[in-house]
Design a protein around this ligand. Structure first.
Ligand SMILES: [Zn+2]
Length: 356
């Protein structure tokens, strides 16, 4: 019961606060270069682009009786079958197809295991956010060409942090002519291939051959990145890694947040079990995003969350930010581990069970 009231409070409060926001409409400027993805409305009234992994587990929390243990991952397919969740709806594909149009000028160019976004910066070039694994490179280049761009147009690669599933392909894109941007405190990780890349998870052979590079543009907190006709503002958000950075972009009157592994949909959080993970810093960073202001006294209301993994929020992203703040605060207060995924958590299940 201990987090139940808190979670009801936050979702209830924000449901009221967000009631007047219109859902994001289709791209306004001419025909998109790639199909858009199906948009779902959550039972909290949020417009999202679901991935199957999130949708199946989230739906299971609504249906699995609370007295039953949450299934182990190896058994979870049987639980999905039991509740008819094994048949994936069209709005929650196993892997989000690429390339897809997410917003005007923002495209999804990779979806497994991380979400990589391509932002059209106009005639000066393209911005690639978190290219991820080395094995993603060809797929990203193909998606870029399918969008009608030249592969040589990728001029800037922005990283939300140094973990290999976000930055491993950086060296490849740098050789193709892109400039590499990453939070200053994570720059040494990709330059030296330190443990902060988490490359140890790849095994000794791959880890030994892990590519390094010279960062072209170490990014500082609050720095305004003018990249072609787009401007992104860096928000240093240490905690998941020392140099984790979120990026704010205004697009069509909406506030867009590139969240990396720091901010994700609906109580999903960064994996915080690594030696350099810093939970108090993570909490401070989440508060910082929640209170972020475009200028003194002018708070930014987050509309759209483009996270590093999972489900994309197309409106009311401030709800995801506040959920993150409350959950990390609670876990720290209770001396608990921070859970990257909420589904097996008793309190999350109590909150979700029986929802439509
Ligand atoms: Zn990470």
């Amino acid at each position: 019961m201990r987090t139940l009231d808190r979670r009801h409070l936050i979702t209830g409060t924000l449901a009221l606060a967000g009631a007047g926001l219109p859902a994001l409409s289709a791209p306004a400027q001419g025909a998109p270069r790639a199909p858009t993805l199906p948009v779902s409305r959550t039972e909290e009234g949020q417009s999202v682009i679901y991935d199957a992994y999130t949708w199946q587990r989230r739906e299971l929390t609504k249906k699995l009786p609370l007295g039953e243990p949450w299934p182990r991952e190896v058994d979870i397919a049987a639980a999905f079958r039991r509740f008819g969740l094994d048949q994936l709806p069209a709005f929650a594909p196993a892997a989000l197809p690429v390339p897809s149009t997410i917003l005007p000028d923002v495209y999804l160019v990779n979806s497994t295991p991380n979400l990589a976004y391509l932002v059209d910066g106009g005639p000066e070039g393209l911005i690639l956010v978190d290219p991820g694994l080395e094995t993603n490179v060809e797929a990203i280049l193909k998606a870029t060409e399918a969008l009608g761009f030249k592969r040589s147009a990728i001029r800037w690669v922005i990283n939300t942090h140094a973990h290999f599933d976000h930055s491993w392909a950086d060296a490849h894109f740098q050789k193709l002519g892109a400039r590499i941007l990453i939070g200053r405190a994570d720059a040494p990780a990709v330059e030296k291939g330190t443990q902060i890349t988490a490359k140890f998870a790849l095994g000794p052979k791959v880890s030994a051959d892990y590519p390094t590079l010279k960062v072209d543009w170490p990014v500082d907190d609050g720095e305004e990145l003018r990249l072609g006709n787009k401007m992104l503002v860096a928000i240093a958000t240490p905690g998941h890694t020392p140099g984790s950075t979120c990026y704010w972009m205004q697009l069509g009157g909406k506030n867009v947040l590139f969240g990396g592994d720091t901010l994700l949909f609906d109580y999903r959080l960064g994996a915080q079990a690594l030696a350099y993970s810093d939970n108090p810093s993570y909490l401070r960073s989440l508060h910082k995003v929640a209170r972020f202001a475009s200028s003194p006294g002018v708070p930014v209301r987050w509309d759209i969350l483009l996270p590093g993994h999972g489900t994309i929020s197309l409106d009311r992203a401030d709800m995801d930010v506040m959920k993150g703040v409350r959950q990390v605060q609670w876990d720290i207060d209770m001396g608990e581990q921070i859970k990257a995924l909420p589904f097996a958590d008793d309190d999350y299940r109590k909150l979700m069970f029986g929802r439509p």
